[in-house]
Design a protein around this ligand. Structure first.
Ligand SMILES: *Cc1c(COP(=O)(O)O)cnc(C)c1O
Length: 450
């Protein structure tokens, strides 16, 4: 049996339409129903009961109002995955951000004097304490930090950089491009594999504003190589009365070797070796919100803060609140690996991950009874351009049985999408980043086999 298309007015009088207007508003509901009726007419589908049309309108409205950015399960095996938002944040840092965003705060207000205060005052003393720097400031991200530093210290002047460090981080961050846009003039020195102290010394002239060193973030040059270490570059720069800028990228605030992870140079190491300005990211190994941290000498930080571009690149109160909490956790390094999720995930024991993977493998096998499901050893990557050659032993559930793109799409279609990776004719789900507290949410949403 079919029924003719109802009118828009009669649809809007249905109780189900009242539910939709309550949820999505009168305007959106009316428009969805009008569009639906128009689609039916143009498809010459002139018969449909009101209930069917209202169900379809409900689906369309739910899709239109669904949030675009959603939490996902990162089972890619890359812990600090740039496309998946890099570092997860400690709950107390996320809470501080939410609280600051909900209310008025002392962002630029000095509560002691009742006068105007400084946005940086909430984090600069902590950053100085943790890095040994004289002064510190913070901007939107590390790309912004590099750009601001060069624009402040080297506008229209030359900055020699080794050809072995003219890197691309991915996306749109290429060292030569950022330098160009900052207004500094890149002077390439050395060769791809070997750069010597004399290359820098010969490049310095009256037009030179600073020397710059870029951490080899996401690649390694091996074989017949030579690079000039920070302390030697600092000596060359200082002999010519120039500052040394070091872009550390993923700089961790503590020596990760303490937890058995590969050593990454810290900002404190770079400053001790003689760098005058050091830049690094807030959401890579540091484990905080997206931010670009700049530490160094008082005089140079003052010049950076006086640059009008600082205002264009500044951090909002929410991220500043989160960053303050995260930096605070570093004051107690003994408990850092428990309290900082990024470090907790990076240091998670292989046996512990395997326990989770084994538990989940049983449930995944039941959800996909026609597929082969196994638990395998695998290697996680740190990600975010950090330590690319260093892999962390981990455990994965692998799912086989062909049509892997379909399977991957099914997992991405779950209420909290599950993101894995396809390799060797299987879909790999590395369980390093699924902590025991999240297992219930993960398993509850698995499909129920027909
Ligand atoms: C990641 C990285 C950057 C860019 O940092 P963002 O925080 O992503 O803006 C710059 N330089 C190096 C060496 C990096 O590793």
């Amino acid at each position: 049996m079919t029924s003719p298309l109802p009118s828009l007015d009669s649809l809007l009088r249905e109780p189900a339409a009242t539910v939709l207007t309550g949820r999505f508003g009168r305007e959106a509901t009316t428009r969805a129903l009008r569009d639906l009726l128009a689609d039916r007419r143009s498809a010459r589908a002139f018969h449909a009961p009101a209930g069917v049309l209202l169900d379809e309108a409900a689906d369309r409205l739910a899709r239109a109002f669904a949030r675009s950015q959603r939490p996902v399960f990162n089972l890619t095996g890359t812990v600090l995955h740039t496309n998946l938002g890099r570092s997860p944040m400690p709950p107390e840092a996320a809470a501080a951000a939410a609280e600051a965003m909900r209310s008025a705060t002392s962002l630029e207000y000095d509560l002691d004097s009742g006068k105007r205060g400084e946005r940086d005052s909430h984090i600069a003393p902590l950053l100085c304490r943790l890095t040994g720097a004289e002064a510190a400031t913070v901007v939107n991200n590390n790309a912004a930090a590099v750009m601001l530093v060069l624009n402040s210290l080297a506008l229209g002047k030359q900055v020699p950089v080794s050809r072995g460090e003219l890197i691309e981080i991915g996306g749109a961050f290429r060292v030569p491009d950022i330098m160009n846009r900052s207004g500094a003039l890149l002077k390439e020195v050395g060769t791809t594999n070997r750069t010597h102290p004399r290359d820098y010394a010969q490049a310095i002239g009256p037009e030179t504003a600073a020397l710059m060193r870029v951490h080899q973030a996401n690649y390694a040059i091996v074989g017949f190589t030579a690079a000039v270490p920070t302390d030697e570059m600092a000596r060359i720069a200082h002999a010519a009365n120039l500052p040394l800028i070091e872009d550390l990228g993923s700089g961790s605030l503590v020596d990760l070797a303490r937890w058995g992870l590969p050593h990454e140079p810290t900002p404190a190491d770079a400053l001790t070796a003689g760098a005058d300005i050091v830049t690094f990211s807030g959401d890579k190994l540091l484990g905080g919100p997206q931010a670009g941290l700049i530490v160094g000498s008082k005089a140079l930080i003052a010049r950076i803060n006086a640059n009008p571009l600082k205002r264009a690149l500044r951090l909002d109160k929410g991220r500043l609140a989160a960053l303050e909490v995260v930096l605070g956790l570093y004051l107690d390094p003994d408990r850092l690996a428990e309290r900082l999720p990024a470090l907790r995930l990076l240091t998670r024991a292989e046996a512990d991950i395997r326990t989770t993977a084994t538990r989940m493998a049983g449930l995944i096998g039941r959800a996909f009874p026609t597929r082969t499901v196994t638990v395998e050893a695998c290697s996680s990557q740190i990600g975010s351009g950090a330590l690319p050659v260093d892999l962390l032993p981990s455990a994965a559930v692998t799912i086989g049985g062909g049509a892997l793109e379909n399977l991957a799409a099914t997992l991405r279609g779950l209420p909290r999408p599950v993101i894995g990776r396809i390799a060797q004719d299987r879909l790999w789900l590395d369980f390093r980043c699924l902590e025991p507290a999240e297992e219930a949410e993960f398993s509850a949403q698995l499909p129920v086999p027909a």
